[in-house]
Design a protein around this ligand. Structure first.
Ligand code: ADP
Ligand code: TRP
Length: 373
């Protein structure tokens, strides 16, 4: 995928801090899990301080699959409590619910009108769904809602509405950020440099965390280790991880073992090296590794789980934190959306068609300004 060489604006840093903005979201489609933590939450929290961070709960994205409104709100609260228990300080960081920021939906439509349908045809998630249909002998678009097809546009709007420079995500989301870059370039080619081109940030140590069944750990696959599960549930889940039937004394391959794939992200480096050696030499039982894994999860997340429980017990307070975060996010998005409305000619044009902050539109260039046709 190639972004065009259209101009991008100077990074829109906040006047107060001059720090670059980082934004990331997580869908409210289930309980947050170890893959979310290692792939995204931990690296995103590490950005706070040097970046101005915006974390949000992507309920509108979850609407592409979630049909139960009550479950949606419950998962939203679980995620808000998770972020807070894992270290979000709402005085210094912004935590909000995507659907509380209407500017994002407005920008989604504007971006949709500057994006070739072909770009969305090439998005991995849509391609996977349509090839699954093909393999099952069904029509290509069977059961795929238009929201799922447009998913990358909503995600581009989440990012571009805040002028984010950095987007910390797990590896599976890389293409979505690339699409956001393409869409920004196409828009800027027509209307001038209004949208900042974001960079993806992926923790290369993590890649994709496998789930209990070896597929990507995902809320939508029911194969997760929820970070705040009680220890009994964790024990039951870890017991479900499938291994081969080698006896304790047999040498084993750490690099194909699903238990080791999780263990190596949780244990200290010296313990990981020692465990690797024991795998290769023989003498470790899978049962022992499972017990160690539960112990590591408990040691890593047990204390924060107490805070999580307390936070979840007060949903009204969680809603207050989210509402205050949405105000901050809107405060950042609204002036940009106003300039975009001016540039494209929607609304009465309060700042005047030629008097926008970036000197108004540039007129359409033939063959430019539609991403990925
Ligand atoms: P899920 O697939 O469980 O619904 P989301 O799509 O809401 O999770 O993803 C939230 C963030 O967590 C994204 O940045 C995503 O890349 C990351 N993530 C999700 N699952 C994994 C995984 N198994 N390994 C690494 N990162 C992951
Ligand atoms: N699509 C992301 C996921 O499923 C969640 C998400 C929505 C997101 N909007 C975003 C991530 C904007 C980063 C930035 O993981």
């Amino acid at each position: 995928m190639q972004a065009s060489s259209a101009p991008a604006p100077a990074p829109a840093r906040t006047p107060e801090t001059q720090r670059p903005v980082a934004v990331t979201g997580i869908q409210s489609s289930g309980r947050p899990h170890l893959g979310n933590h290692l792939g995204m939450i931990r690296p995103a929290l590490a950005l706070a301080g040097r970046h101005e961070v915006f974390y949000f709960i992507a309920d509108a994205h979850a609407l592409t699959t979630q049909r139960d409104g009550e479950a949606m709100r419950r998962h939203t609260h679980e995620l808000a409590a998770t972020w807070l228990a894992l270290g979000v300080d709402p005085r210094r960081m912004t935590l909000y619910r995507q659907s509380d920021v209407p500017e994002v939906f407005e920008l989604t439509w504007v971006l949709a009108c500057h994006t070739g349908k072909g770009l969305l045809n090439r998005a991995h998630a849509y391609k996977a769904a349509s090839s699954a249909n093909h393999a099952a002998g069904r029509p290509a678009d069977h059961g795929i809602n238009a929201g799922a097809f447009a998913y990358p546009l909503l995600m581009a709007a989440d990012i571009l509405a805040l002028g984010a420079e950095v987007v910390p995500v797990g590896r599976d989301q890389k293409q979505h950020v690339e699409i956001a870059r393409e869409v920004a370039a196409a828009f800027n080619a027509v209307h001038g440099p209004l949208l900042v081109s974001p960079k993806v940030l992926i923790d290369q140590r993590v890649a994709i965390i496998p789930g209990l069944d070896g597929r990507k750990m995902s809320k939508s696959h029911g194969n997760t280790l929820p970070v705040f599960a009680e220890v009994d549930e964790l024990r039951t889940l870890v017991a479900r991880i499938v291994t081969d039937s080698r006896p304790p004394e047999a040498p084993k391959d750490p690099d194909t073992c699903r238990l080791f794939a999780l263990y190596r992200h949780l244990a200290q480096p010296a313990a990981v090296s020692a465990m690797r050696a024991r795998y290769l030499e023989g003498g470790v039982s899978y049962r022992e590794v499972k017990e160690e894994l539960v112990g590591l999860l408990e040691a890593g997340f047990g204390p924060a789980r107490i805070a999580y429980r307390a936070l979840l017990a007060d949903p009204a307070e969680l809603d207050r934190v989210l509402a205050a975060g949405a105000e901050r996010a809107r405060g950042r998005a609204a002036p940009l959306i106003e300039r975009i409305r001016d540039a494209v000619g929607l609304g009465a044009g309060k700042t005047g068609a030629a008097g926008g902050l970036h000197g108004g539109g540039r007129g359409a260039h033939p063959g430019m300004g539609t991403a990925g046709t």
